[in-house]
Design a protein around this ligand. Structure first.
Ligand code: ATP
Length: 201
């Protein structure tokens, strides 16, 4: 079974594209959602986070105190690296377990905002990058989340430049509002099915 990563900057259309792959029967793992879940539920990871950030990293009810973590990470970049160094391997391990639950899939998709940045591409056979013009991405996120344009711009500025992601991609999906998504997904799907040695349904 092939392991395929899918990434793109904020508002590029990761969720939208993954829905199309899912409608073709391809299992999709959302690494960002899963990371959040693991940080509040995985005992080993919780212990590691507590030893890094102190017991106040969790509320009494066991939920992660995200504000506490973001405050520290924002002011201490080294802590951010240390947190990533424990969370990323936990997510990859979890992803391996999840993959094992889909032995019959020709390929699985791992959706993550950070694939190249986290070194995750080393665990993957191919990476798909979704790209869209920055202005359109900002407009879509403002409409979706009701946030300020400046806030979206700041988040984009903190991410790896999209051009770099595109240059490292094995497949690129253009979500520019002109090129249709479904035909692009179908073309990649067929190629991946062929690579996996199966036949597209
Ligand atoms: P994030 O990084 O914030 O998780 P994302 O990459 O998952 O974002 P989506 O949520 O898929 O991006 O898309 C952002 C918004 O733009 C959503 O509201 C989505 O419905 C809309 N959108 C995405 N692609 C298109 C498109 N081709 N046509 C119209 N709307 C779109």
């Amino acid at each position: 079974m092939l392991r395929i990563g899918i990434t793109g900057g904020i508002g590029s259309g990761k969720t939208t594209v993954c829905r199309i792959f899912a409608s073709l029967g391809i299992p999709v793992y959302n690494a960002d959602q899963r990371a959040k879940w693991l940080m509040s539920n995985d005992k080993e990871l919780i212990e590691a986070i507590k030893s890094l950030f102190g017991p106040e990293a969790y509320y009494e009810n066991g939920q992660l105190n995200r504000q506490h973590l973001s405050d520290i990470i924002f002011s201490e970049p080294k802590k951010r690296e240390q947190l990533n160094a424990i969370v990323h391997p936990a997510v990859w391990q979890d992803g391996d377990r999840w993959n094992a639950e889909h032995p019959d899939a020709p390929y699985t998709l791992k959706e993550a905002a950070l694939i190249f940045e986290s070194g995750g591409h080393k665990h993957l056979n191919k990476v798909i990058v979704i790209t869209a013009p920055e202005d359109l991405r900002i407009t879509r996120v403002v409409r979706r989340d009701g946030v300020e344009r400046a806030a979206v711009k700041a988040r984009i500025a903190a991410q790896m430049p999209e051009s770099e992601k595109v240059s490292r991609a094995d497949f690129v999906i253009f979500n520019d509002g002109h090129q249709m998504l479904i035909p692009q997904v179908l073309q990649i799907h067929r190629q991946l099915i062929a690579m996996s040695g199966g036949e597209a349904g």
